[in-house]
Design a protein around this ligand. Structure first.
Ligand code: NAD
Length: 302
């Protein structure tokens, strides 16, 4: 897209900042971010940062004024934090998202919202289509499911142009480590420091890791599609076990770290892999970065 007034909420964060990079040269880009996990240094100088809370009506009002397209990335993006503080997480992820849709209605702005594979919980059918029953296993999953529903509802009820993108496990530069969605960052840090690589449980869990550049492409396609009011899986359609991932990262980084098993995480999802047929058919989405290439770009060999 070009020549648009664009808002990226959470634009100083991992995924949001890559979106800003892709948009800032050809659009007027604003970022609303409270810098709770995001960093100012992630932003190019061409983007305007409004430092504020999504849930603060004045900050939201300033950010939304006159926008054509909103990419809604701001959230508590941590499952663990939502388990520790469901009320605080709900405030941002659910109430904050509803407030944004409501303000978008006044502007008649298109909204592309970051949904998540977490809405499916522990899926019964692999690969997971958009028709999979939604049974989240965390407060985060419930919150993301609500945002996903509001996207569809605001289209059906008010005619707003909305698209929900259900990201699978996103990885790439600038991703924070620590929590589970950041398993790649954690393994890379451990491998590069020569520490044990810690696999939770037996490592047979499988995940569909999608590179942030492909997630950016999905967002750009969603910004112009006429297939609105819909939700789309954004993954690669491929998956890897956590144990294979640990070995791949160790090999690519030339590390001599041991791979060790630690206690399984309560409520861990066993298998996740996206069926991306719908995004392919409706959005012409096609992931381009293989896991090996993507990891290769992140590895700093000792
Ligand atoms: P992130 O934490 O790097 O980005 C979130 C950004 O939102 C941060 O910059 C943070 O400072 C900002 N933010 C948080 N609360 C805010 C508030 N109240 N007001 C204003 N800004 C606020 O996380 P990310 O991985 O880039 O996630 C981006 C989006 O993608 C989130 O909505 C997340 O739920 C979703 N998602 C991420 C993944 C993944 O694998 N990383 C998977 C599925 C969905």
């Amino acid at each position: 897209i070009a020549g648009k007034r664009v808002l990226v909420t959470g634009g100083a964060g991992f995924i949001g900042s890559h979106l800003v990079d892709a948009l800032a040269e050809t659009n007027d880009v604003r970022v609303l971010d409270d810098l709770s996990t995001g960093r100012r240094g992630n932003l190019p100088s061409t983007a305007t940062l409004i430092r504020g809370d999504l849930c603060d009506p004045r900050a939201l009002d300033e950010a939304m004024d006159g926008v054509d397209v909103v990419f809604h990335e701001a959230a508590n993006a941590s499952v663990t934090r939502s388990v520790d503080d469901p009320v605080g997480s709900h405030r941002v992820n659910t109430a904050g998202t509803l407030g944004l849709f409501e303000r978008a209605r006044e502007e008649d702005a298109r909204v592309v919202v970051a949904s998540s594979t977490a809405i499916y919980g522990d899926p019964t059918t692999i690969p997971v289509t958009e028709a999979e029953p939604t049974t989240p296993v965390s407060p985060y999953g419930v919150e993301k499911l609500t945002g996903d529903h509001y996207a569809r509802l605001y289209h059906d009820l008010y005619g707003l142009e909305t698209v929900a993108l259900r990201y699978f496990n996103v990885y790439g530069p600038r991703q924070a480590g620590g929590e589970y969605s950041g398993v790649i960052t954690t393994f890379l840090e451990q491998a590069c420091a020569g520490q044990d690589i810690t696999v939770e449980g037996d490592g047979s869990q499988v995940r569909d890791f999608v590179h942030v550049e492909d997630v950016v492409q999905a967002n750009l396609l969603a910004a112009t599609t006429d297939r609105v009011g819909e939700a789309y899986n954004v993954g690669t359609g491929r998956s890897v076990s956590i144990l294979d991932l640990a070995e791949l990262i160790r090999d690519l980084s030339g590390s001599r770290s041991d791979i060790v098993h630690v206690g399984a995480r309560a409520g861990d999802v066993q298998a996740s892999r996206a069926d991306i047929t719908k995004a392919r058919d409706h959005l012409s989405f096609e992931p381009t970065v293989s896991l090996r290439e993507g990891l290769g770009g992140l590895v700093r060999r000792p």
